[in-house]
Structures are given as structure tokens and as C-alpha cells.
Design a protein around this ligand. Structure first.
Ligand code: GLN
Length: 193
């Protein structure tokens, strides 16, 4: 566990076309990162890491295409750490940007169960997770590590420096994922699962 402040000058962008970007920005700011909102390809220049927030994947997808952000995000993710939550996870899958070798199923927990909270087993630890009309990962390739599951379905995955969560750490006061992102961006890891 680590609650340390970010080294000065770590620049983290939050995709801000749509959805819950403000809560991510607040956490990153609280951890000492230099946070900026990403709406155009130029906004990615000079960043050390990127957060893809939750929201509505259909709308977010249209915005990414409209702003010409698809290729720039894919190129960015090739060389920088990325943390994606919920709709952000969907954006990274094979059917969208193809950054992660996963297929996601939208609204996978059913219409009745639009939202729920649960404690996920995470290594020897626990992560309190808020799910809001969440996806799960329905297929994944060999390069993908499954980090946590609900009912046998992956809800957290990592491939290289890209981490995707079906839930919303930014809504439960969970700061460790952002802390890890900042640590990845500065070239060191200080919380491993
Ligand atoms: N259900 C949304 C979608 O499919 C995702 C929900 C979220 O990001 N909280 O895009």
C-alpha cells in the first residue's frame, strides 16, 4: 500500500470527452500529479500517463472518432501506462481501439442489477469496488493477466502497462490504482497486486 505523493512534474491526462473524468482528476490532483484534461490529440503531447474514465461507451467512441483521437491514443498506449475504468475498459477492447487483447460484454451484470458494490479479493488484499452498469471481460488472450473476478468473470485485467477495471475506484475513495499509474509513469511500481 502506498499513499505517497507523486514526484513533482508527473503529467497525467484524463480523457475528458464525456463521463466521469472529474473524479479521476481530483484523485490524481490529490496524489500530487500534474493533471490535465484530454480532448484533442494535441492534449496528449508531453503526458506521462493517461486515464480513460467511465461513461457511456457509445458516446465516448463517437467522440474519440470525431476528435481524431483513436490513432493517437493507440500510439500513446504503446509507450505509456494507461488506467481505464468501465466504459474506458470497453474503449480499449478488440472491438474499439484494440489496445487490449480482450472482448468486453457491455452491461454484463444485467438490467436489474444496474449498480452494486462488493469487496474483491486482490492478491492477499481487498479492493472495495463500485460497479455501475458494468461490463465484464468475456474473452482474453494469453498476454492478458486477470487480476480480479466476479462470479468467474474477469473485472480487472492488465496487459503490459495497461490496466483496465470494470468498476470505479474513483467513486469509493480507492486511490491505489492511480498511485500505481503515477508510479508506472515515473518508472517504479510501489503497489503490486
Ligand atoms: N454501461 C456503460 C457502457 O456500456 C458503461 C458504464 C460505466 O462506464 N459506468 O458504456
Amino acid at each position: 500500500m502506498n499513499d505517497g505523493a507523486a514526484p513533482a512534474g508527473v503529467r497525467v491526462g484524463v480523457l475528458a470527452l464525456q463521463g466521469g473524468f472529474a473524479a479521476h482528476a481530483a484523485i490524481l490532483d490529490g496524489l500530487g500529479a500534474d493533471v490535465s484534461e484530454v480532448r484533442t490529440p494535441d492534449d496528449l503531447v508531453g503526458l506521462d500517463a493517461l486515464v480513460m474514465p467511465g461513461g457511456e461507451s457509445t458516446v465516448m467512441s463517437l467522440g474519440i472518432v470525431r476528435e481524431g483521437l483513436a490513432d493517437p491514443i493507440v500510439r500513446f498506449a504503446d509507450t505509456h501506462p494507461v488506467l481505464a475504468t468501465c466504459a474506458g475498459m470497453i474503449m480499449l477492447d478488440r472491438d474499439h481501439l484494440g489496445v487490449l487483447d480482450i472482448t468486453t460484454q457491455r452491461n454484463a451484470f444485467g438490467r436489474q442489477v444496474k449498480s452494486f458494490e462488493t469487496d474483491l479479493a486482490w492478491g492477499g488484499d481487498t479492493v472495495h469496488a463500485v460497479f455501475i452498469r458494468a461490463p465484464w471481460v468475456s474473452e482474453w488472450g494469453a498476454a492478458v493477466d486477470v487480476l480480479a473476478e466476479v462470479d468467474g468473470h474477469p473485472v480487472a485485467v492488465r496487459q503490459g502497462a495497461i490496466t483496465a477495471l470494470a468498476f470505479h475506484p474513483e467513486l469509493s475513495g480507492e486511490r491505489r490504482f492511480h498511485d500505481v499509474l503515477i508510479a508506472q509513469a515515473t518508472g517504479s511500481r510501489n503497489w503490486s497486486s
